[in-house]
Design a binder for this molecule. Structure first.
Ligand code: MAN
Ligand code: CA
Length: 249
């Protein structure tokens, strides 16, 4: 039994030795230089050195990418910001300029209004009408009897002219060289009762009768004509004369 025990113990020892050797052999590379264990022999240096290196490299690449992306993002944000600033300053200067323009236009407008109050703008007269003071005058190009001449004026919403001043007479005379013109004065309702067509009081108004006129020659002269030299004569109303219409400007 002792021998067996010994043998057993020897076998055990041998087994242990074999086992240890086997472990050593596992770590040793083969004769052709390859590790006996395909995992531990081949990947260990990779795991120890290359993988951390690659990790560091990858981290650096990722970090760099992140930094680049961030810097790009901020530079993109800054560009519009710069644009906005320049646009803002431009708008600000525009506003300042426009405010000044508005202020100057206001001043101009105010001075124009006060000027117009002092000297009201002259109203334009229609084509073929002439303005004098606050009236427009139409000088006919053809002749008609007194009634038709007055009718012609009323068709244009006016009347035959009423002469109220020496100045008006002078103005009218400037445009009546071509012949006698009917004016808005007659005594056809009652002989000797001269009336202006617009109701202006005859007695108190200025008169420019030619000497010895109105004479009511042959007892048929009830309409006043303006002679070329600016004086008045009473003449038969059925005579054909040029005429003058007057209306407020
Ligand atoms: C002369 C004068 C006037 C008269 C005209 C009529 O010029 O007798 O008083 O009205 O003739 O044509
Ligand atoms: Ca006469």
């Amino acid at each position: 039994m002792e021998l067996n025990d010994y043998q057993n113990s020897s076998e055990l020892h041998r087994d242990q030795q074999t086992s240890d050797r086997g472990e050593q052999e596992e770590l040793k590379p083969d004769r052709d230089g390859k590790s006996a264990d395909p995992v531990r022999g081949k990947w260990s240096p990779f795991i120890i050195f290359v993988l951390p290196g690659l990790s560091i490299l990858l981290s650096v690449v990722i970090l760099s990418t992140v930094v680049i992306l961030f810097s790009q993002h901020f530079s993109e944000v800054k560009v519009p910001d710069a644009d906005f600033k320049s646009e803002h300053s431009q708008l600000k200067s525009n506003v300042t300029r426009l405010s000044e323009e508005v202020r100057s236009l206001r001043t101009e407008h105010k001075s124009e209004i006060s000027k117009q109050k002092q000297d009201p703008p002259q109203v334009q007269c229609p084509d073929q009408w002439r303005r004098f003071q606050k009236s427009c005058y139409y000088f006919s190009l053809v002749k008609k009897n007194y009634t038709d001449a007055q009718r012609s004026c009323t068709s244009m919403h006016t009347n035959l002219v009423v002469i109220n001043s020496a100045e008006e007479r002078v103005f009218i005379q400037h445009w009546t060289h071509k012949g006698s013109h009917w004016i808005g004065l007659s005594d056809s309702i009652s002989e000797g009762d001269w009336r202006w067509v617009d109701g202006t009081d005859y007695a108190s108004s200025v008169k420019f009768w030619s000497p010895d006129e109105p004479n009511n020659r042959y007892n048929v002269e009830d309409c006043a004509e303006l002679l070329v030299f600016g004086e008045w004569n009473d003449a038969p109303c059925n005579f054909h004369r040029y005429w003058i219409c007057e209306k407020s400007a």
